[in-house]
Design a protein around this ligand. Sequence first.
Ligand code: FE2
Ligand code: FE2
Length: 196
Amino acid sequence: MELIKSETYNNLAKAFAGETMARTRYEFIEYGARKEGYKTLAEIIDTVAYQEFNHARMLYTFLQKAKEGKIDNVDICSGYPFKQKWDLTDNLLFASEDEASEANDIYPKFAQIAEAEGFNEIGLLFKQLAGVEESHRALFMQLHEHLKNGTLYERNCDVVWKCADCGYEAKSHAPWEICPLCKAKKGAVLIDLCTC
Ligand SMILES: [Fe+2]
Ligand SMILES: [Fe+2]
């Protein structure tokens, strides 16, 4: 089967649209985190946004292989989430839900279709993307729970907290409000994601 005539071709376009939207939604979250002074949280979100960009890039590359010349248009009919408003804690939960649907539903289905149509390389891409989206789901849920419970900077064991601005570090259950060395606010402390 020719890729351009397959359902997989359309699924690549749908997934590309989904990844590019996810990237933008995460930049909304990053923007909100920075506005609220969560500098290092914003950087974690920024890393995920960049990963979504790379997912989009890989999908786009496969899409381009379907045709020699330029692809003027791909008609897709698909639904996408528009849940997020401007509450940081809620937005992290919504991001986690959206990642779950990519990881458990959308990409496994796309992988199955790609393999059935004989596009094993694309099937593998969808499977590998599903694995990454599952790790994004877990990360967003962990961050959501921390914000909801006020435990972003509280652990049950001693961990090393480090100021991203100056590198000062100290071992404790919780970090400083103001960095003893450079006076940066707590939002500049690197977030420890251990589960103790
Ligand atoms: Fe992604
Ligand atoms: Fe993701």
